[in-house]
Design a protein around this ligand. Structure first.
Ligand code: SAH
Ligand code: SF4
Ligand code: F3S
Length: 458
């Protein structure tokens, strides 16, 4: 650990109002949930959360490094505050960029005092003490930990839907991906600890839980019970008070038929599978080291499509991986036709430090990546318009998650993870937030549906 002293940094802190922190989060749900844990830990240590970096004594960024653009964001933020540093403001970089760049961050942004990757967050209280004592450079970068970031202090953002980490890190080595470097090796939580958290959440009024991990399918209970992911999924769905269980994200290689069977057996498990494919070409999948072929992927899709319940399917796709020919890309387009995804996330390949793909030949020019991305997204948009139109006239149960005051609409989410905005003429001013309501779908667009509370439609 690097430690350099530079006077007491929290000198102006008012002992009555306490110390103020600001935290901005980038990246995936795992980062979002880590931030909820970081916030809980800081609040438990007597800090107050404030809404602007200007109002804070401690400014934290929980960062993402998945693509170059994501990484640049934190350095842009830090650049903006260069002059504020030293004037009683302490800056900290957490998360995946912290782990990846380590102490190099101090060179790029000398006003940063804390650099800590997610695998070191269990040491966060100790790191805070060092910062408060005036240590100018505090780092938490060890990856050789088999601990998970389990804390009693999580402060959740959403009052109805709660994330639960079941596995941290990743043991795969996809040729383009930084995650195994930024989040370390896989560590599963005990089933007992996961179940206890699910029960606690239900008791405190949460009705939806989302099981989180970079690869939830490779979950393996480290306790003697030895549950696999399908068992854990089935058991969490049996917790009294839990009405919806979601999970993300799945790696196709480890996705089993038992998961589909568990979903079929219990409607509490939402009928949505996010199964990132990355490419429709087996040649590209091999180059990406994804550990499955197109045919094996299609086999899993068939399990999902043959389920008794009507499952929504979504995916992630990378265009312009080194060596991707027009024919490879064409295979990805054909896969879209074949699978008919309900939604997808598409990305231009971005070269990342430490990864195997960094040294690969046959780089695809950026204009070509952009062209492929546009073609892909256009095709998917047409598919979504058609699929969403098919839902008009049907009734969907939504969990009410928000309100568009200006439009007089409630914002709901279906089990299939679609956004369904709806009117509810008889609400009489009462809040519907957190309730489950049947909504008749009356209109559709490429990305969402609109409707009316079914109780009001004859
Ligand atoms: N664990 C998940 C992926 C997490 S990252 C999985 O295995 O599917 C989320 C998505 O970001 C990936 O599915 C991939 O599509 C995209 N991604 C990851 N690295 C990338 C890179 N270097 N360039 C472009 N997209 C990338
Ligand atoms: Fe990255 Fe692959 Fe691990 Fe997903 S499975 S996090 S894409 S290395
Ligand atoms: Fe980004 Fe790290 Fe998540 S790189 S996508 S925040 S695991």
């Amino acid at each position: 650990m690097a430690v350099e002293r530079l006077g007491v940094r929290f000198a102006r802190i008012d002992p009555v109002t306490g110390k103020a922190f600001y935290l901005e989060t980038f990246g995936c749900q795992m980062n979002a949930h880590d931030s909820e844990k970081v916030v809980g830990t800081l609040l438990a240590k007597g800090y107050n959360q404030v809404e602007t970096p200007e109002a804070a004594d401690l400014v934290l960024y929980n960062t993402c490094s998945i693509r170059d653009k994501a990484e640049q964001k934190v350095f842009n933020r830090l650049q903006n505050f260069k002059r504020a540093a030293g004037k009683n403001k302490v800056f900290g970089v957490l998360g995946c960029v912290a782990q990846q760049e380590g102490e190099k961050i101090f060179d790029r942004a000398p006003h940063v005092s804390l650099v800590a990757g997610s695998a070191s967050y269990t040491r966060l209280p100790e790191m805070l003490v060092q910062l408060e004592a005036g240590n100018r450079r505090v780092t938490g970068l060890s990856l050789d930990t088999d601990e998970t970031f389990d804390t009693p202090f999580t402060r959740r953002d959403n009052p109805h839907r709660a994330y639960i980490t079941i596995i941290e890190g990743c043991d795969k080595s996809c040729a383009y991906c930084v995650v195994p470097f930024t989040r370390g090796p896989e560590r599963s939580r005990t089933s007992e600890s996961v179940m206890a958290e699910a029960r606690r959440l239900a008791e405190s009024g949460y009705s939806e839980i989302q099981l989180l991990g970079q690869n939830v399918n490779s979950y393996r209970d480290p306790s003697p019970a030895g549950w696999d992911f399908a068992t854990l999924l089935a058991r969490t769905a049996e917790v009294p008070g839990i009405r919806r269980v979601r999970y993300t994200t799945s790696h196709p290689r480890d996705f089993t038929k038992a998961i589909v069977d568990a979903m079929d057996a219990n409607p509490v498990i939402c009928n949505h599978v996010h199964l990132p494919v990355q490419s429709g070409s087996s040649r590209m999948l091999a180059a990406m080291q994804r550990l499955y072929t197109r045919d094996q992927y299609i086999e899993r899709i068939a399990w999902i499509k043959n389920a008794r319940r009507n499952m929504a399917l979504t995916t992630d796709i990378i265009v312009g991986f080194p060596g991707e020919t027009e024919a490879d890309f064409e295979e990805t387009l054909q896969l879209l036709d074949e699978v008919q995804y309900d939604s997808l996330f598409s990305f231009k390949y971005s070269p990342r430090p430490n990864t195997a793909a960094l040294g690969m030949d046959d780089k695809i020019p950026d204009e070509e990546k952009t062209r492929r991305l546009m073609i892909l997204n256009e095709k998917q948009r047409a598919i979504q318009i058609r699929r969403n139109t098919e839902l008009i006239g049907g009734v969907e149960e939504v969990l009410v998650e928000g309100r568009h005051e200006a439009l007089g609409q409630w914002i709901g989410r279906t089990s299939q993870n679609r956004t369904l905005n709806f009117t509810h003429p008889d609400a009489g001013g009462a809040s519907l937030l957190g309730q489950y309501i049947d909504v008749r779908v009356t209109r559709s667009g490429p990305n969402s549906l609109a409707g009316e509370s079914a109780a009001n439609v004859v």
